[in-house]
Design a binder for this molecule. Structure first.
Ligand SMILES: CC(C)(COP(=O)(O)OP(=O)(O)OC[C@H]1O[C@@H](n2cnc3c(N)ncnc32)[C@H](O)[C@@H]1OP(=O)(O)O)[C@@H](O)C(=O)NCCC(=O)NCCS
Length: 277
């Protein structure tokens, strides 16, 4: 198992001490992640958050969350603008893929920006579908906040069915930083982001329940801007986002490598984040 620098590549594990620099990298790219999300990545994937440093400066990162051996999720592929085009992202991605193979992970996935797509294709990733980010300016609600359910009600069995792998450990930790809404084998988490309040993940048994959950979450939000990422295959999510006043902001491409994963996209009304799946 890799604990220090891997042979000749300069790739090594990211340390807690480097989290402020990691946050600076994602912020420079205009991303929404907070220090808490970086910390959470290190907690759930302590052996597979990788980086390259140059002269003590954090130059590039990539994270891999193993969801058992069924699925691995790659995220936070970032190179500091001053260190781009030196092959750092390629080295990190090659390392992530090798590490996942060594763990026996059957499927790898990620949500690619346009800048990353060519690299992922060259490493055997194939396009699956578009992931859309929609945003809305939501004025703080003047009504009293509605009650928020405890994390124990999260419908974890249905989540594994929908997502295709067991991500209960991630959800348990995410729920500590989130408002949690649950009803009828369905749930929605909502957490603070660096720029936007983030709505997701949401797994719901039908559109009506998803609608109730999003209305609750929006009613409880005191932040102006909210972001919601959904799979283009889930047409219900898109129509709901339109109805609730969200509009398109950006698109990423979900890509995968390895065995096909059985999932139920029709039950996923919001993803957990580009870095989480
Ligand atoms: C995408 C990114 C991580 C690439 O980092 P990098 O260290 O410069 O990449 P590398 O030097 O390893 O180059 C990898 C490949 O991507 C290509 N590439 C790098 N930057 C690119 C860019 N801005 N636009 C298009 N292609 C680019 C390179 O040509 C290279 O292809 P090659 O190996 O066939 O020549 C970096 O531009 C970045 O941090 N962008 C902002 C965040 C982002 O979009 N991350 C991707 C998330 S999925």
């Amino acid at each position: 198992m890799l604990t220090g620098a891997s042979e000749n590549s300069g790739v090594r594990l990211l340390t807690v001490r480097e989290l402020p620099a990691a946050l600076q990298l994602s912020s420079l790219a205009g991303w929404n992640q907070t220090a808490a999300e970086w910390q959470l990545l290190l907690e759930v994937a302590s052996d597979s958050c990788f980086c390259i440093a140059v002269g003590g400066v954090l130059a590039a990162t990539a994270t891999l969350i193993p969801y058992g051996s069924r699925l691995g999720w790659i995220g936070m592929v970032l190179t500091h603008p001053e260190f781009r085009k030196r092959g750092f992202a390629r080295r990190l991605l090659t390392h992530c893929v090798g590490h996942a193979d060594a763990l026996g992970i059957r499927t790898l996935k990620l949500d690619a920006t346009e800048q990353g797509q060519h690299l992922y294709e060259s490493l055997g990733f194939v396009p699956e579908q578009t992931v859309e980010r929609w945003i809305r300016s939501c004025p703080p609600s003047r009504e009293r906040p509605v009650s928020i359910t405890g994390k124990s009600s999260l419908a974890l069995a249905d989540d594994a069915l929908a997502f295709g792998a067991d991500r209960s450990q991630l959800l348990e930790r995410l729920s500590r930083h989130s408002n949690c809404f649950a009803a009828a084998n369905s749930y929605l988490l909502s957490r603070t982001g660096r720029i936007y309040r983030y709505l997701g993940p949401c797994v719901a048994r039908d559109l009506k329940t998803a609608n109730q959950l999003f209305q609750l979450a929006l009613g409880n939000s005191s932040e102006r801007e909210c972001a919601w990422d959904f799979l283009a295959n889930n047409h219900g999510a898109k129509s709901l986002a339109e109805d609730l006043g969200f509009g398109p902001h950006r698109r990423l491409l979900r890509m995968s490598r390895g065995e096909q994963l059985r999932s139920r996209d029709d039950l996923i009304y919001a993803i957990a984040g580009f870095e989480f799946g």
